[in-house]
Design a protein around this ligand. Structure first.
Ligand code: 4AD
Ligand code: MG
Length: 464
């Protein structure tokens, strides 16, 4: 393999007057008998390299066959340019890896995001998707950087699990039992002792419970960052059946500490995105969300709003007098996306942390408040997306947790190990889960979650 320069490096180092080799895919082309312009990109940067090919080149007849998406290697002289980019290349040798066949489904003109979802295997070749996925990478790196700096240990929690971490029953079952010959027990129900794991197992909806066990008494502070799975039948622009979640869990931490951690983390993501993906953000803003950069800048430099659920409901009820919500608001309801977005987008106009929800609408593990009615929960709502983060201080009292589980008719025997934590060295602790795709949506300004994950999994769709 010949030594070649990544196009990102060409623009970083600008080795003007030197002969270099680049490789990539043709982004656009203009050809005539005398010379051709090729615009090349290799995925490492938003910037394209302009290449001029003179008609006197020995294999010029190959060059004029190049079309959008063809793959080439070009050797040539890098020269300063008056064009859009500060440098361009004068080709001395062009090698074609693959001429695109004529039915290439991507054309130069803008293609709709909906259409591109149908050819998700090719969409990374568009400026939009290469920008989104470079940004996604930077946000993933920034996540590890942030939690490492805060002394959290990256923990790989299992994907196959026997417990429902959210208690919402939205799990995909994993089984190797033959569907046409399910073994039955004496009671006539499916005999899962005959199944692969000897019990009923599922894809995890959250690594939280396992993360808690490592945080409390073991490592103190941990975070997970992995795929999670939910079989909820939500066909919306914000829900996936398979999504990635970042879940920190910290000992000796209260709800207030948790809210501070979440605020700092989200701001860190925005900061790194702006520093390292400026061109990507500018491109996406220009095409999809003109105000996005200004908004991010504003978010970075102002505090998040904090409001209790009870106050949020009062605000929404007051607003309901003049603003029509599809779902009526009263104390005890689970806030709908329209309510969440109204609070963050129109009322507070910034990320908003809603705390202390009614226990009935939140998960079993959240710490009960003195009032006996609300729990130490928090949701972080952001403009454009709604719920970005869900978290809480955890119930660290054994008796209260057992009581809550029995009220919810949960089978506590399945959670024996989780309950053990409350017996051995229990401490106040808290954590949250950030939906990684929702973070990418929020920061990129993309409005459909299917456009920020390489291959979206949604109800009735698992193509690719
Ligand atoms: O609010 P959730 O369900 O909280 C948990 O799973 C907790 N165990 C987290 C914790 O405390 N460790 O989910 C957390 C976040 C949501 O705020 C949302 O951003 C995202 O995960 N999320 C989804 N993202 C995409 N598609 C879905 N179906 C999602 N469900 C939740
Ligand atoms: Mg939630």
């Amino acid at each position: 393999m010949s030594e070649y320069l990544l196009i990102k490096k060409v623009f970083e180092n600008k080795p003007v007057d030197q002969t270099i080799i680049v490789k990539g895919w043709v982004k656009s082309f203009r050809q005539s008998k005398k010379f051709s312009f090729l615009v090349l990109n290799d995925g490492t940067t938003q910037k394209d390299l302009q290449i001029i090919v003179d008609g006197t080149l020995s294999n010029y007849e190959d060059v004029i066959k190049l079309t959008l998406g063809s793959s080439v290697e070009v050797e040539g002289l890098l020269v300063a340019s008056q064009g859009k980019q500060p440098v361009e290349m004068q080709a001395q040798r062009v090698h074609t890896f693959c001429l695109n066949s004529e039915d290439y489904p991507l054309q130069k003109k803008e293609t709709s995001l909906e259409y591109l979802r149908e050819i998700a295997h090719l969409r990374s070749r568009t400026n939009t998707f290469s920008a989104v996925f470079r940004l996604r990478h930077v946000l993933a790196q920034a996540t590890h950087e942030f939690f490492t700096n805060e002394s959290f240990i990256y923990l790989h929690t299992p994907i196959i699990t026997a417990s429902d971490a959210e208690g919402a029953g939205e799990m995909f079952r994993i089984s190797t039992l033959p569907l046409d010959k399910l073994p039955k027990n004496d009671k006539g129900s499916i005999d899962f002792t005959k199944d692969y794991f000897g019990r009923e197992t599922f894809l995890s909806v959250s690594g939280q419970l396992e993360a808690e066990t490592f945080a409390v008494g073991g490592l103190g502070r941990v975070y997970t960052f992995g795929p999670t799975f939910r079989s909820e039948n939500s066909n919306t622009a914000r829900h996936l059946s398979e999504f990635w979640m970042v879940e920190p869990e910290a000992s000796f931490s209260t709800l207030e500490d948790n809210a501070k951690l979440a605020t700092n983390y989200v701001k860190h993501l925005i900061k790194r995105a702006m520093e390292q993906c400026g061109e990507e953000l500018e491109f996406l803003a220009a095409r999809y969300a003109p105000e996005n950069l200004k908004t991010l800048e504003h978010v970075l430099n102002s505090p998040f709003e904090t409001v209790s659920y009870t106050s949020a409901v009062e605000i929404l009820q007051e607003v309901s007098k003049t603003h029509k919500f599809e779902y009526p608001v009263s104390w005890g309801i689970d806030l709908q996306t329209e309510h969440e977005r109204f609070l963050a987008e129109q009322y507070f106009k910034r990320p908003t942390i809603v705390t202390d929800y009614p226990k009935e609408i939140k998960s079993f593990y959240m710490k009960l408040n003195e009032d006996g009615k609300t729990v130490r929960a928090m949701d972080v709502l952001v403009p454009g997306v709604g719920e970005l983060i869900g978290g809480s201080q955890r119930e660290d009292n054994y008796d209260k947790l057992i009581k809550r589980m029995s009220d919810l008719k949960m089978d506590a025997t399945n959670y024996w190990w989780y309950l053990d934590l409350r017996k051995y060295g229990s401490v106040p602790h808290a954590g949250f889960g950030l939906g990684f795709e929702r973070a990418v949506m929020y920061i990129s300004g993309m409005t459909n979650i299917r456009d920020v994950i390489p291959f979206p999994r949604t109800p009735k769709n698992a193509e690719f």
